[in-house]
Design a protein around this ligand. Structure first.
Ligand SMILES: NC(=O)c1ccc[n+]([C@@H]2O[C@H](COP(=O)([O-])OP(=O)(O)OC[C@H]3O[C@@H](n4cnc5c(N)ncnc54)[C@H](O)[C@@H]3O)[C@@H](O)[C@H]2O)c1
Length: 375
């Protein structure tokens, strides 16, 4: 037998909702991207058809689990495949701008993992290419698509929290192991765009227009050991145009204390209720109408779907959920979130955070916004 059993009979999972069509997906970058190749088996609206990586080793690892797909080391060959409708990009951050623009030019729609881009020049490049080609793009903000965060959002949209008054998000995770696997992470990007992209996107998702950020950064001992170019510890205060406040926190060179806090948490304080979504533990905690605290914990019913029954594992379920959201949006002609402009607005907030921490002054997000969206 090749590969491994991906669905264990008898373990509950999310139902496969029928779709009005099925989009072919070609995946570029097969480390994190391999998770999508496997995750796509969970949905009906999209299927994996091709994979591309410069590394023969990565191609072999994907071939072992999905032998029937077309594989290549040449991105142009992937783009030339007529059954690839969506190109899903999981290459190093600094290459996303080029890879997105080339996919658009080849007539493909795109899923791009977070961060969409990590420079103003690349933000302008993808915006120009999208306007010229009229192709669509979804940013793969995986945390939004994890079960507790989906439940929290649905409750918010039903009005159960009332008006949001404070949003508090963090992603704290020891990540020094990442530098050996992906040296570009210490050199060609910044933790604002890597780890902190999760809490910043979550804050922006709920606060929409962030007007001003005030950020502080420092470099941990582990970060210094690895010659990190920027900061790996961030504390960020954010203010919205209508005067609400939020906080985002990140630490990527820490000693972890996982029993105390989950690595990603989003705490929403509203005028009618409070809620907390957590990753990895798959818990959603919220106040009921009578003030009772309710804890929903679907980990054991949904671990097959989200983690391949590994209890705490890779992002199979989140990636499947966002691919399904986007494929249905393309098939049915409906809007998705976060699409290109929303992703670029999140980039503007991240870049304002980076500048604020570097210059030690508050930064108006509009300055970056003008550079990206201006003439
Ligand atoms: N939660 C999430 O959504 C999540 C988690 C981890 C990483 N990421 C993002 O995914 C991206 C990839 O991260 P990773 O950990 O897999 O990095 P990685 O360094 O392990 O893998 C990148 C892969 O891209 C391949 N590659 C580079 N240039 C290429 C090219 N021109 N053509 C074909 N293949 C090429 C490399 O050979 C490598 O296999 C990053 O942007 C990262 O920020 C997202």
């Amino acid at each position: 037998m090749t590969g491994f059993i991906r669905h264990i009979p008898g373990i509950k999972s999310r139902p496969r909702a029928p779709a009005n069509g099925c989009k072919g997906v070609g995946v570029l970058g097969l480390h994190e991207g391999r998770t999508l190749l496997v995750g796509l088996e969970r949905i009906a609206s999209a299927r994996a058809v091709a994979g591309c990586d410069l590394s023969e080793e990565k191609l072999a690892a994907s071939r072992a689990v999905r032998p029937e797909l077309f594989y290549t080391t040449d991105y142009d060959q992937l783009l030339a495949q007529p059954d690839v409708d969506i190109v899903a990009i999981y290459t190093p951050d600094a290459l996303h701008g080029e890879h997105v623009a080339r996919a658009f030019e080849a007539g493909k729609d795109v899923i791009c993992t977070k961060p969409l881009v990590n420079s103003v020049a690349d933000a302008r490049r993808v915006l120009a290419a999208a306007r010229k080609t009229k192709r669509r793009l979804l940013v793969g903000q995986s945390t939004r698509f994890f079960e507790p965060f989906l439940r929290q959002r649905a409750a918010f949209e039903r009005g159960e929290l009332g008006a949001l008054e404070l949003v508090d998000a963090h992603y704290v995770h020891r990540m020094d192991w990442y530098y050996a696997k992906s040296p570009w992470a210490a050199r060609d990007t910044d933790w604002v765009f890597l780890g902190l992209s999760h809490p910043i996107d979550l804050v922006r998702w709920y606060c929409s227009r962030i007007e001003e950020v005030q950020a502080f950064g420092t470099t941990s001992a582990l970060g210094r050991e690895h010659g990190l170019a920027g900061f790996d510890v961030y504390v960020v205060n954010l203010r919205t145009a209508d005067g609400r406040v939020a906080r985002a926190l990140g630490h990527y060179g820490c000693e972890e204390l996982p029993a105390a806090r989950n690595c990603i948490e989003l705490l929403l304080y509203g005028s009618k209720g409070t809620s907390l979504a957590q990753y990895h533990d798959m818990r959603y905690t919220h106040t009921a109408a009578d003030g009772t605290q309710v804890v929903e914990d679907p980990l054991y019913s949904l671990r097959d779907y989200y983690f391949n029954s590994e209890v705490h594992g890779m992002h199979y379920g989140e990636f499947a959920n966002y691919a399904d959201h986007f494929a249905r949006g393309l098939i049915d002609g409906t809007p998705c979130s976060p699409e290109l402009e929303e992703g670029l607005e999140t980039f503007c907030v991240m870049e304002a955070v980076r500048r604020s921490a570097t210059t030690r002054t508050p930064v108006a997000v509009s300055t970056v916004h003008d550079e990206v969206f201006g003439a």
